[in-house]
Ligand binder design. Sequence first.
Ligand SMILES: Cc1cc2nc3c(=O)[nH]c(=O)nc-3n(C[C@H](O)[C@H](O)[C@H](O)COP(=O)(O)OP(=O)(O)OC[C@H]3O[C@@H](n4cnc5c(N)ncnc54)[C@H](O)[C@@H]3O)c2cc1C
Length: 160
Amino acid sequence: MDGFRRLGAMQLSAPLQAVTSDPFPASYSDRVRKIGVVNTRNRLITQAVSRLLDGPQALRRAIIERLIVEGYRFDQVMRDDEALEDFIRKAVIGVWHASCSCRMGADDDPMAVTDPQGRVRGVHGLRVVDASVFPVVPRANTNFPVLMVAEKIADAILDG
Ligand SMILES: Cc1cc2nc3c(=O)[nH]c(=O)nc-3n(C[C@H](O)[C@H](O)[C@H](O)COP(=O)(O)OP(=O)(O)OC[C@H]3O[C@@H](n4cnc5c(N)ncnc54)[C@H](O)[C@@H]3O)c2cc1C
């Protein structure tokens, strides 16, 4: 709830309000899951709706309220703790970026499972080369950082 409120406050700041409109609390709902299936029907629907969303403000607002928002309005969850908690309990999901379960780190870091070359401390001949060695969850998507970790550790292996 604290995280939501912080982001919500940013959304309500003047610089962001100047370049955006009609914020709404989004969730990966059944409706979103269904419209995310790649098929001709969904392609046509999303193409049409996206054009309408770029249309007049009143139309955009009506579409968001009737088709996109599912029960919770941004202004409501920002001022009503019960509604915010309810929304979060229904809407929160993981975002597929599992990582950091055996982080790499410096010698004096008691939580570091591997050294900076991915070598597992205390185990000879074993390296970890995947998202689990990230010290913290990256702000961006994780696939590319996994490739970068792999390149870095592959170089370390080749260097002996
Ligand atoms: C649905 C979904 C969507 C995503 N979308 C994006 C995206 O759009 N962009 C992005 O950047 N990231 C995305 N990610 C995240 C990204 O895919 C992962 O962070 C990344 O693949 C992690 O790489 P990894 O090598 O750590 O693990 P994984 O890719 O999971 O690789 C682990 C491998 O180990 C194998 N394995 C497991 N157990 C054993 C065993 N006992 N013996 C042998 N092999 C084993 C598995 O089969 C698998 O091949 C998404 C993830 C998911 C789940």
